[in-house]
Design a protein around this ligand. Sequence first.
Ligand code: CMP
Length: 287
Amino acid sequence: MLDNLVCPVSHVRIDRNVVRTAGLMTTGLLVAYVLTGSAWLIVPVALDYVFRARMDGPPSPMGHVARFVAGRLGIPYRAMDKAPKVFASRIGVCFAGSAAIAHFAAPAAAPWIAGTLSLFTGMESLLDFCVGCVVYTYMALPLYRARAAVMAIPLFASFEDQMLIALASGFKAARMPPGARVVTEGEAGDRMFMLVSGRVEVYHEPPGASPVVVALYEPGSFFGEMALLTGEPRVASVRALTPIVVLTLLRSDFEAMLRDHPRMREMLERAVAERVAREASMQRGAS
Ligand code: CMP
C-alpha cells in the first residue's frame, strides 16, 4: 500500500487534454469559492480530488464531465503517464481537504488555501504546467527509485517500508566506469557503498608486488563498512570491473541507522568477521 502512497509508478496513459479541462473546471470552482465562500463549492472539489488521487479507481465525477466536454469540443487526445497526475492529485487532496476543513474550523484561512490551489490548477489548465508533476519527477520519483534499489539489497530485506523510505533518502546514487577505484586502501573512510549494478573486486596492493584480489562483489552486496565500524583506515581497495551504479551512505547516516537498528550493527559485524576469516583462510591456503 505504501508503494502507492509514497510515489506511484505507472505505465497507464491518460488524456492530458481531459486533465487540463478538469483543471480548468476546478480552477473555476475554486475561484468561485474564494469569491462566495460557499461550502457547496469547496467540499465537492475536495471529494473529487479523492477520486482523482486513486491509482486504480474510476475517473472522478469531474473527470467524466471533462471527458464529455473535451469530446464535444473535439479537443484531440494527448497521452501522458498517469502516475505524476495521481501524485499531483494527492497534493490536491491535501490542499482542497485542508481548505474544506478550514472552511468550518478556521474560515479566514480557507480562501487562502483554496486560492493557492487555484493558482496550481490554473497553471495546469492554462499554461500546461503541472507543479505536482514537477515535484513528482524531480523529488518523489528519485526517492522511490532509491528505495526500490535499497529494497533489492539483502542486508535490508527485513526492514519495514517506513524504515526503507527513511534510509533511501540518505543514499546517493553514483555511476562509475569500468576500472574506477571506488575505495583506496589506507585512506580514511567516510561512507559505505551498496552495489546496485555491475561488478567490483576487492584487492590489496602490496608495495612492489602485484595486486591480490580477495573478493568479488555482485549487485546487492555492500562494502566500505569496515572503516565506518572500526574508525580505522580502509583495509582494502575496491575497483569497478564493469560500469557500476552504487548507492553511498555517509558516516552520519550510517551511524543514525545503527542507532535506530542495533540489529544492523550485529549483522554487519558478523559479515565483517566472515570476510576477515575468509581472507585468512585464503592466505593460509596460498602459503
Ligand atoms: P573498508 O575497509 O571500509 O573498505 C574496503 C572494503 O573492502 C572493506 O571495508 C570491506 O567492505 C571490503 N573488504 C575488505 N576486505 C575484504 C575481504 N577479505 N573480503 C571481502 N570484503 C572485504
